[in-house]
Structures are given as structure tokens and as C-alpha cells.
Design a protein around this ligand. Structure first.
Ligand code: ZN
Length: 505
């Protein structure tokens, strides 16, 4: 018997401390698809939706595509985006509701809109009541990003959710397939029990890499439980997303089982104890640039390139990508061989006005707000102009989890002078794939210093070419020092090991 699955996607990681709101136009830049468009645009594009569709093909499921929205991480989502999604989601579901066997959703899990702190929880609740009114008791299964801020509502109103296991998210497509496999199982064995535990810890993105503690041990332990207990369908270790000032912000655990819930509770307690044991690793310290120069002086064998990680302007975490908190002081030292990427559509247009091969002097970066440094005066020659489109070199790049394999940076310009090569983009683009640089004629291996606006998601692309890597404490709203942010709605949750929240707002 062929199963018929209704599929849709709603994907955004929302940074609530940013001033600018996220509008429907921002979703149009990445994914805004209806019906058949979802099938066309996700075919073989390495995204989670592609993962689901490939599994559905293999199982000969009939897929009914509803609506898909995805945008780059950014500020609080305008309410009309949610209204738009709900309208199209429920109207397309209404038409097929009587004939479907399940609903499958590609979610991020950390979306916040102007009026709704828990967008996914509210959507799943509304979906649950909708299906109930229609007399349909069918599974609702979702794939989630590892940075999801999971709520009790999300747990209560879905049958099963499966989260990525890796950060960088090289397994996003595979996780979507695993979620589809679980759905396949649930279609014939619908009895699923859930246990959920929300911790009191909010962990910065730099503390959530899965090759490092505490996530490494947590995921290994969770995988060992999954392998040893046949009743357990899956255990999600949810790192959470720190820059959402909402009650459900932070690290959480979920277990889906066909067996004893008491046993599942013990598993989650073991995992929580493991987190508490390794908590210090969840808050890695950062260096100043001066400290980096001292370290490099003491390590004369270290060769280029050296990565200077600007986690405070982590584009994959939502900030504007135009921060100059490292570029400005680095240029001021007189050092050479610098590669930087700054998102600055105005500067790109100035370059287009002057033309390729010509000299230009312009102010670059720090134009979005006053949290990410000051504009930098740059003088150099315009070496490259392009439409900014490129294909991922690595199809399993973290970037594929957001946008698929074909990336649009908007119009781009490359400026070069004796100190630096600066790529200017029009759409902020996280540094998750080296194709971003090479497509613009930039060879990162030749650099002395590369400024990387990321926390962990760059590692798969940049660590293989880097000789040394430093996290730099610089200004920005994706700071790893969460106690600097003006949290108001997180209750008694902890944002650091030593200090209380909201000190330096
Ligand atoms: Zn993520």
C-alpha cells in the first residue's frame, strides 16, 4: 500500500536582540516555494527537504508538497510571515486532509515572531487541533536543527522529532532521511512515548561543536543508548540557540521510546549529569588580538594561514556580517596577507559605479547597527565584480542545511590593496564553504590571516587549510559572553558559569 505524506518546511533561527526584523523578502532570497516548486527546487540540492524527498521516492510514497519557507538566520520574524505560512499551509492541507497518512515537516526549531515566542510549538499545536477537528489521528514527524530551542508544546503536539547529530551540520540531509525512516516505522507502529527535559543552561554557539566537549561525550552516550536499547527510537541532544530571549531558550534533551518512560527518564538524567560534569567546556574563553600576537611570537613554527574567528558576528547565528571588530584593529597593526568578507550592499554598488581594475576609496562595513564596530576606510583596486552565485564545493556543507547547494551572495566586489583582499557581498553569506572565496578568485591558502565570521559551522571548510585558529573577543550581538546581552524573558536560566544574566546590557 502506498503511503501519502503531506510535507512542508518552515526554517529560521531567530536572533531576538537584533534591531532589524526578518520579512517575507528575506525568505524569498533563500526559499519560498509552493506545491510542485518544492519538488523542483529541492531535487538533489543536498538539503534536508532533498533528503526527505529521496527517501519518499525510494519508498514509493506519494508526496503532497504544501509550502516551504527558509531564510538566513536574522532578527525577529514579522508576524505577517507567519500569517502567510499558516494561510498556505492549512489551505493546502485542507484539500488533501482526508487522503494523507502523515505530515512531515522540515523545521529549524528556533523561530520567534513578533507575537509568538515559540512559532514551531504554536504551529504544531494548531496542526494537532486541525487534524483532530477533521477526525484524523495521523503521525506528525519533523526533522530539527541541533540548535532548536525545543518547547514542551513542540513535544506534546508532534509524534516524533529527530535532530541533527553534527555541528557543523554535515548530516542535515541524513537526519531528514532518519526522520523519514522513523515516520515509516511509526506508520505501522504508532505507539510512541516521549520524555523531555529542558535544562537551565543557555550555551553559546562556540560551546556546541560536536567534535568538542561537552557535545562530543553527550552525543556518544546518546548513540550508545540508542544502539543498546531496542525500544528507544531516538534521543535528541539539543544544543539550543542562545540568542532568543524566550522562556524555552537553551539546552534540552528528548527521548522517544516504545518502552518504559521511567527508563527513558533515567537515560536523560544520565545525559544531564554528563553535561553538568563537562559544563566548563561549554563556555570556551576567547583571546584578544594582542594575546594572539604574543602566542604567535612564542610559536615561530606556526605558518599561515591563521584563522581569526569573529564569533561575535557569526552570520550563521544571525548577525549582519558587516562587523569590523577584527578587520579594523588588524589593518591598524600593518599586517599583510589578510582575507576578509564583509556584507555591505552599499559598498558593492559603489564598486560597480567605479568599475573593475579601477582604484576606489570607500567606507566598508558596520552600517547595519552600532553593535558591530565602525566603518573601515579602505583604499584599493577593484579586482573582481560578479553576481555572487556559486555552487558549494562540499555538498554536505553546513550551508546546504539552510539553502541547498546553490548559493546567492547577491552582487559581489573584491577589493585588493597591499594589506588585504576584501570580498564585499550584498546578501550576508555564512563562511561554511570555501567555494564562496574561490568562486570570486580568492585563494584562501595564500593568506596570512583569514577573518571568519562563524562559531563552529566554518570548521569543516576552513580547519583543513588553517595552521592555527583563534576565537577573538570582539564586539557583536553573537558574542560568546552571553552575560553581556540584555535577556529579560529567560526566567532563572543560566547564561554563563560565573555571572548572572543582563549585567552589561
Ligand atoms: Zn544549527
Amino acid at each position: 500500500m502506498t503511503n501519502t505524506i503531506f510535507v512542508s518546511g518552515l526554517f529560521h533561527e531567530t536572533h531576538t536582540f537584533l534591531r532589524d526584523k526578518t520579512e517575507l523578502a528575506h525568505f524569498k532570497e533563500v526559499s519560498l516555494y509552493h506545491g510542485q516548486e518544492i519538488l523542483e527546487h529541492n531535487q538533489d540540492n543536498s538539503s534536508p527537504m532533498d533528503g526527505f524527498l529521496s527517501y519518499a521516492r525510494e519508498k514509493k510514497w506519494q508526496v503532497i508538497p504544501g509550502v516551504q519557507l527558509a531564510a538566513m538566520p536574522s532578527g525577529t520574524v514579522k508576524e505577517d510571515v507567519i500569517t502567510y505560512f499558516r494561510k498556505h499551509f492549512f489551505s493546502s492541507l485542507e484539500k488533501v486532509c482526508d487522503s494523507i497518512d502523515a505530515v512531515y515537516l522540515v523545521l529549524h526549531g528556533a523561530m520567534v515572531s513578533e507575537n509568538t515566542p515559540d512559532v514551531e510549538g504554536s504551529l504544531l499545536e494548531e496542526l494537532h487541533h486541525f487534524l483532530q477537528r477533521k477526525g484524523r489521528d495521523i503521525p506528525v514527524v519533523a526533522v530539527l536543527d541541533l540548535h532548536a530551542n525545543v518547547s514542551q508544546k513542540m513535544m506534546d503536539y508532534s509524534t516524533c522529532m529527530y535532530a541533527y547529530r553534527k555541528n557543523p551540520h554535515t548530516d542535515a540531509r541524513d537526519a531528514a532521511i532518519r526522520a523519514a525512516q522513523l515516520l515509516d516505522h511509526i506508520l505501522t507502529h504508532p505507539d510512541v512515548r516521549k520524555v523531555y527535559h529542558q535544562s537551565r543552561h543557555i550555551i553559546p554557539p562556540t560551546g556546541l561543536g560536536t567534535a568538542a566537549e561537552p557535545m562530543k561525550s553527550l552525543l556518544m552516550h546518546a548513540a550508545a543508548i540508542e544502539a543498546s536499547d531496542p525500544d528507544v527510537l531516538c534521543i535528541n541532544v539539543m544544543g539550543g540557540y542562545a540568542y532568543a530571549d524566550i522562556p524555552d531558550c537553551g539546552f534540552s534533551l528528548g527521548c522517544y521510546t516504545k518502552g518504559d518512560t521511567e527508563k527513558a527518564r533515567i537515560y536523560l538524567a544520565e545525559l544531564m549529569a554528563l553535561l553538568e560534569e563537562n559544563l566548563i567546556s561549554a563556555y570556551p574563553p576567547e583571546n584578544s588580538l594582542e594575546e594572539v600576537w604574543t602566542i604567535l611570537r612564542n610559536e615561530p613554527d606556526v605558518t599561515a594561514p591563521v584563522l581569526l574567528i569573529e564569533a561575535s558576528d557569526n552570520i550563521g547565528g544571525g548577525t549582519p556580517g558587516d562587523g569590523t571588530g577584527i578587520l579594523a584593529p588588524l589593518l591598524a597593526t600593518g599586517r599583510k596577507g589578510i582575507i576578509a568578507v564583509i556584507n555591505d550592499a552599499v559598498a558593492v554598488q559603489q564598486c560597480y559605479g567605479v568599475g573593475i581594475g579601477k582604484e576606489i576609496t570607500l567606507a566598508v562595513g558596520a552600517k547595519t547597527d552600532h553593535f558591530h564596530g565602525d566603518p573601515v576606510q579602505l583604499q584599493g583596486s577593484i579586482r573582481h565584480l560578479s553576481d555572487g552565485r556559486f555552487e558549494l564545493e562540499n555538498k554536505n556543507s553546513h550551508l546546504a542545511s539552510i539553502s541547498g547547494a546553490y548559493v546567492n551572495m547577491g552582487s559581489c566586489a573584491v577589493i585588493e590593496n597591499e594589506q588585504a583582499i576584501v570580498l564585499l557581498t550584498s546578501h550576508k553569506t555564512p563562511p561554511m564553504d570555501i567555494g564562496q572565496l574561490r568562486s570570486q578568485g580568492i585563494q584562501p591558502e595564500a593568506a596570512a590571516f583569514i577573518i571568519v565570521k562563524a562559531a563552529v559551522s566554518h570548521k569543516q571548510a576552513y580547519d583543513p587549510i588553517a595552521k592555527r585558529s583563534f576565537y577573538i573577543d570582539s564586539p557583536g550581538l553573537c558574542t560568546s559572553y552571553l552575560e553581556r546581552l540584555p535577556y529579560q524573558h529567560i526566567g532563572d536560566k543560566q547564561v554563563s558559569l560565573t555571572t548572572q544574566k543582563g549585567i552589561n546590557a
